[in-house]
Write a protein that binds this ligand. Structure first.
Ligand code: KG4
Ligand code: ZN
Length: 317
């Protein structure tokens, strides 16, 4: 079964053709990131206007690259929430129109669930349920127990900023650019993670599976304001210390969840799952018997439509 996926929830206009939920035949992403780099974050109006320009060429391109005609497509899957409303509407309207014209079923997909299905793309082995997923992105930060395909139990979520959002905001306050995650993790390679003592938020019992990163971001701001001069080494140390704090909190909660729930696999999903330190610390701190997965290709970590087509396929099973 071939599904055309469409994803426009933030600043990526994306389409993909995926066979049987896991085999990616084509995957096209047009990003408006250059425009948002100027403002240090996504401006919803700008993102929506770019989606309008890009969506038709992206869909045409993805069908051509998959060597597919409309008769070869069995269904269309589209992200319907969560996301920037004007951006989402471009994808939804496009998918509805194409489904109507070409007489295809339309499948609605939740963006966060899409990120989870990104982990199953291009893998031969089937996921073993129940599994635990940490979805960490710019817009969401959740700990989810997955009992079966599309059977999600949310254990916790962020009460304010998501981890990726914290990376983006700290990068902006350090004047480093957007998106913050890749920039901060690169600079952190030359920094000392113990140079600054930042808090490890929400490591208390009441909120054992919830997250909060806005206090950590404020702690970095206070530290920056007190600095008389910030040379390259100080910036690298700030990045490394901040990153260490975020990753420790994320992994500590993952470990706690594996102690309280019987699970067979652990998955890291979403934009922040591209972070090397997160992957390394998760592997180190989780029990050896538990396999830890993240998307097989870097391009499946951040927003893409292959994950939407994958999630759409398994919702029909
Ligand atoms: O999944 P995604 O493309 O969009 C949302 O659904 O939000 O994730 C983008 C987020 C951004 O906040 C970006 O800074 C973060 O993922 N990110 C990273 C890394 N690569 C991307 N954060 C930490 N380390 C990275 N290597
Ligand atoms: Zn996302």
């Amino acid at each position: 079964m071939k599904i055309l996926g469409i994803e426009t929830s933030c600043d990526e206009t994306a389409a993909a053709v995926v066979e049987d939920g896991v085999k990616v035949l084509s995957n096209v992403i047009a990003s408006s990131i250059d425009l948002h780099q100027v403002t240090g974050g996504v401006v919803p109006e700008v993102a929506a206007r770019e989606h309008l320009k890009q969506i038709s060429p992206v869909v045409d391109k993805v069908l051509a690259e998959a060597s597919c005609e409309w008769k070869d497509i069995d269904a269309i899957a589209v992200t319907t929430s969560p996301g920037l409303i004007a951006s989402l509407l471009v994808g939804i309207n496009t998918a509805q129109t194409l489904a109507y014209i070409h007489k295809k079923p339309l499948i609605e997909v939740n963006h966060v669930h899409g990120h989870i299905y990104a982990n199953f793309l291009e893998r031969e082995a089937h996921p073993q349920f129940p599994l635990l997923v940490l979805t960490v992105s710019g817009g969401h930060n959740e700990l989810i127990l997955m009992h079966d395909h599309h059977k999600f139990e949310k254990l916790g979520e962020t009460l304010d900023d998501a981890a990726g959002e914290a990376f983006d905001k700290v990068a902006r306050l350090l004047g480093l650019g957007y998106p913050g995650g890749p920039i901060i993790s690169k600079l952190a390679e030359n920094g000392n993670p113990a140079a600054f003592k930042f808090p490890r938020p929400m490591l208390n019992k009441e909120n054992k599976f919830n997250f909060s990163f806005s206090g950590l971001k404020s702690a970095v701001r206070r530290e920056v304001e007190q600095l008389e001069q910030a040379n390259d080494q100080t910036i690298a140390d700030l990045c490394a210390s901040f990153q260490q704090a975020v990753i420790e909190v994320l992994v500590d909660k993952l470990v706690l969840a594996t102690q309280e729930h019987k699970i067979k696999e652990v998955h890291l999903a979403g934009g922040v799952s591209a972070n090397k330190l997160l992957r390394q610390v998760a592997r180190e701190k989780l029990p050896d018997k538990l396999q830890v997965f993240w998307p097989i290709e870097q391009i499946f970590c951040t927003d893409n439509a292959a994950m939407i087509a994958g999630a759409g396929y398994f919702s029909t099973k």
